[in-house]
Design a protein around this ligand. Structure first.
Ligand SMILES: Nc1nc2c(ncn2[C@@H]2O[C@H](COP(=O)(O)OP(=O)(O)OP(=O)(O)O)[C@@H](O)[C@H]2O)c(=O)[nH]1
Ligand SMILES: [Mg+2]
Length: 299
């Protein structure tokens, strides 16, 4: 008898939700960066082990609405908590429990089991430091389990999985067994490019960036070797940002292109030719039509 469970991954910005998803799935399907608000929409990751299929929904870490994009991001969180079998609340072990966790917990039906995942434990030399943290969180909510992990070191993931397996219910698998995400390949590529921009550019610039894939085609080189040709456009909000994205003599763009290409090549296992363009779309984060165009409205 096949079984499945839907599990949402919630937590404040930067807690490591997407890192955890990638670590669990064993593939880099979600962008990760040291900047908050890296994830902008729901990302589904699928893990099928024998009879059981776990379907994870990674969500954006955001609570305050400040423009149309952030409103859509909050909508993505709200729409991830309906008809789920369990929730993972991911917290950064080095941050105090706060209002943000309380607000997220309020979104959940009391019937949904919530597993608290205390992430980044690799940053502690002495694991005993975890004891008061676990106690503090436990007083906040009646968690079904509290599991300290390190997404980066893939430590504690088996414990999460065995806990979640128990929530799987008899029923069909919703995804083919070999499939590990619902994201189209073009979105995965766009996110790999955006991830590099988030990591390489400073504060304000990368948050106003969207990436669109113009073409993505495989062809054979003259030598008969398969090559993936990709042309992508980086949209930024201001003319001055465009200059920063391109960099001195095109150095920044070149760097972004090289790092993204390396990721794309190792993900799709094919030699890749990546061309990047930069355009300005003023105020796109407040323009419904553009947000939809960039696939960020959750439709
Ligand atoms: N030391 C350490 N760092 C981690 C771990 N997990 C994630 N990080 C880092 O934390 C930062 C944020 O990780 P993300 O996975 O993007 O966090 P997120 O919760 O998805 O963030 P948003 O999408 O912005 O809400 C990145 O710099 C990660 O490398 C961990 O287990 N240990
Ligand atoms: Mg994320």
């Amino acid at each position: 008898m096949t079984k499945s469970a839907f599990i949402t991954i919630l937590g404040r910005p930067n807690a490591g939700k997407s890192s955890l998803l990638n670590a669990i799935i064993g593939e880099k399907i979600a962008a990760v960066s040291s900047k908050p608000q890296t994830t902008r929409t729901k990302i589904t990751g699928v893990l099928t082990e024998g009879e059981t299929q776990l379907v994870f929904i990674d969500t954006p870490g955001i609570l305050k609405e400040k423009d149309k994009l952030s409103a859509y991001m909050i909508k993505a969180i709200d729409s991830s908590v309906g008809s789920i079998d369990a929730a993972l609340l991911v917290v950064d072990a080095q941050k105090k429990a706060g209002e943000q966790e309380k607000q997220l917990l309020k979104k959940l039906s009391p019937a949904v089991p919530v597993v608290l995942v205390i992430n980044k434990i690799d940053l502690f030399e002495n694991k005993e430091e975890l004891i008061p943290i676990i106690a503090e969180y436990s007083s906040l909510y009646d968690f079904a389990a509290v599991i300290p992990v390190s997404a980066i070191e893939k430590d504690g993931l088996e414990i999460i999985l065995s806990q979640l397996m128990a929530y799987a219910k008899d029923g069909p698998h919703y995804f083919p067994d070999g499939k590990f995400t619902d994201q189209p390949e073009t979105v995965i590529v766009a996110e790999m490019i955006r991830e590099k921009l988030l990591e390489l550019l400073s504060e304000e610039v990368p948050h106003g960036i969207a990436v669109g894939i113009e073409t993505m085609e495989e062809h054979d080189s003259r030598a008969g070797e398969p090559i993936l040709d990709i042309a992508a456009t980086i949209y930024c909000e201001k003319e001055s940002h465009k200059g920063i994205v391109i960099g001195k003599g095109g150095a920044m763009l070149k760097n972004v292109g090289r790092l993204a290409r390396e990721d794309i090549e190792s993900f799709f296992m094919i030699k890749t030719n990546l061309q990047l363009w930069v355009k300005v779309k003023e105020g796109w984060r407040n323009r419904e039509g553009l947000i939809k165009n960039f696939g960020l409205s959750g439709d």
